[in-house]
Design a protein around this ligand. Structure first.
Ligand SMILES: Cc1cc2nc3c(=O)[nH]c(=O)nc-3n(C[C@H](O)[C@H](O)[C@H](O)COP(=O)(O)OP(=O)(O)OC[C@H]3O[C@@H](n4cnc5c(N)ncnc54)[C@H](O)[C@@H]3O)c2cc1C
Length: 508
């Protein structure tokens, strides 16, 4: 009976709900800036989480957060070398770049001397300075330990069941049978799901308006054969590769969508299959395992990769999602703000999620610090952040949807992918010059927006037509090359590169 239950009230300036890496980092930064903060998590760590492939942009933001908020230890996680040296017990993987391989159903992978069915883009210039794949269960648990170490109130296994708003918030929660009330002036929703705001603020989330229409099957395996071994068995030379492809985010393009392979330092590999529902709908009649097996079985080289593999004990099963695209109708309100992964998501292609979340943490924390004492200004600036996130999701959607449209004609895919790299490199370069762009991936840059909008229209017309000839693909490539020319400091689409980009990486 509730009358026997103890009631505890926790007061804070800011309540952060959701202890993924984004919630924990937002908590730590706000604490360092002098706020009374409290972090609440409905589950407990360590727990399995997907979303593991980082990017150089994410690394840059980690370093800036580390410097700005005197979190010196955080810097170590921004490079493979320092991570290995100082935190070898937290599992990660070496990610030197982004690799794409085009497979044909029922045939072993094949290519030619010009790598016409491969694309390798270096994102880091050396192993030491390299980007990483994060084993989320371990990194997220470590960050929560840091929250506790800094003396910040942290409540796990805590289920918020109702809220009241007066001048400030009161969130009522159950924790192991105890009634806990969290009183705070501002709520930061870091739950990574729209349901919390849906329940308490009646904010809707929808999938309409997205061009991308994909869903996922994913898990962790042990003992996955290295892709470089399969290439050797197929006599495919990797002599002019910029890096070992197993040390990258591996994307295998298949008829139904694409497959990711992210290797960690131990026996573990994250694998997922992304399915294009615009073309293949959603087959609910078979189990996730059967669907996984039937897709992998159709691609002999992927079958070879997974032949000796076993499901890792954690998570120990294959997850199957519904459509992944979602966006909240509102991301900011009186006394609350949501972080990017709560606001919306497009697709794992090109690994935008972690960096997007971090860029949201960076902006939200800075806005709160600047305008805490001026409520109307705080709300106005958070509303600008909201508009920014919506625009960024639109850009990411087009960058991803164009890739799905080009999946069946590798030259189209390859050309379209260069728009993502152009936007990412532009964003990185602006940050390196000390000017943090207002929008993630330079989504606020009119030139970038126009380029993507114009080319998306051309791509739509092209891919709506019955026959896409080699000539059409070459012309599209030439058009993309012209459009990206003002930004193209990395030689993207230079024929001499033969789809092997050694030097796109800025010295980060
Ligand atoms: C299939 C898939 C693959 C992906 N792959 C990549 C990738 O390769 N690279 C990349 O950059 N991004 C990827 N992403 C995106 C990535 O997962 C997210 O960007 C990232 O997880 C966001 O982190 P977060 O801390 O904001 O949220 P989360 O990791 O979702 O953490 C949210 C936390 O909030 C807690 N929570 C939820 N509800 C409540 C509640 N009511 N009360 C209290 N706590 C609550 C949860 O338990 C969880 O611990 C992928 C996403 C998907 C779906």
């Amino acid at each position: 009976m509730s009358t026997n239950r103890t009631k505890q009230t926790i007061k804070a300036d800011i309540l952060i709900v959701g202890a993924g890496f984004a919630g924990s980092l937002a908590t730590l930064c706000l604490h360092q800036a002098g706020f009374e903060v409290c972090l609440v998590e409905k589950g407990s760590h360590p727990r399995f989480a997907i979303g593991e492939s980082s990017t150089p942009v994410a690394d840059m933001i980690l370093r800036d957060l580390s410097d700005r908020y005197s979190l010196s230890w955080l810097r170590d996680f921004s490079r493979y070398g320092s991570w290995q040296k100082n935190y070898p017990e937290i599992t990660c993987g070496l990610k030197r770049g982004f690799s794409y391989y085009k497979h044909d159903k029922q045939y072993p992978f094949s290519t030619d001397e010009d790598h016409t069915r491969e694309l390798l883009v270096a994102a880091s210039s050396s192993n030491e300075n390299s980007d990483t794949n994060w084993l989320r269960s371990e990194l997220d648990a470590f960050l929560v330990e840091k929250v506790k170490e800094y003396g910040i109130p942290y409540f796990d296994d805590t289920d918020i069941s109702r809220c009241e708003k007066d001048d400030s918030w009161s969130f009522h929660a159950d924790r192991g049978g105890h009634h806990v009330v969290f009183a705070a002036d501002l709520l930061v929703d870091a739950t990574g799901t729209p349901s919390f705001l849906g329940n308490y603020m009646n904010i809707d989330s929808a999938d309409d308006g997205f061009h991308t229409n994909s869903r996922a099957l994913y898990t962790h395996f042990e003992n996955v054969t290295p892709w470089s071994e399969i290439l050797q068995q197929l006599d495919i030379p990797a002599i002019d590769y910029p890096y070992d492809p197993d040390h990258s985010a591996l994307h295998h393009l298949i008829e139904e969508g694409w497959v990711w392979m992210l290797r960690f330092n131990n026996e573990r590999t994250s694998m997922g299959i992304m399915l294009d529902q615009n073309r293949f709908g959603n087959n609910k009649t078979i189990s996730a395992v059967d669907e996984w097996n039937s897709i992998i079985a159709s691609y002999p080289s992927l079958r070879a990769v997974t032949a000796p593999a076993k499901l890792a004990a954690v998570p120990g099963r294959i997850f199957r999602t519904g459509r992944l695209q979602r966006c909240l109708a509102k991301a900011v309100g009186e006394g609350w703000v949501a972080l990017p992964h709560t606001i919306g998501f497009v697709d794992p292609l090109h690994s935008t999620g972690i960096a997007h979340s971090l860029s949201g943490v960076e902006r939200v924390v800075e806005t709160i610090i600047r305008h805490w004492d001026d409520n109307p200004k705080l709300y106005a600036e958070l509303t600008r952040y909201e508009e920014g996130i919506f625009r960024e999701l639109e850009l990411i959607d087009k960058l991803v949807a164009g890739c799905y449209r080009g999946l069946h004609a590798f030259e189209l895919f390859n050309s379209w992918t260069m728009l993502y790299f152009t936007a990412a490199i532009r964003y990185e370069q602006q940050r390196l010059r000390g000017k943090v762009p207002s929008h993630f991936l330079s989504a606020g840059d009119r030139g970038i927006q126009q380029m993507v909008d114009d080319l998306f229209q051309v791509l739509q017309q092209l891919t709506d037509s019955e026959n896409i000839t080699a000539g059409d693909q070459h012309s599209f490539r030439a058009l993309v090359k012209d459009y990206i020319a003002p930004y193209n400091t990395a030689g993207l689409l230079d024929p001499g590169a033969k789809n092997m980009y050694h030097h796109t990486a800025a010295e980060l």
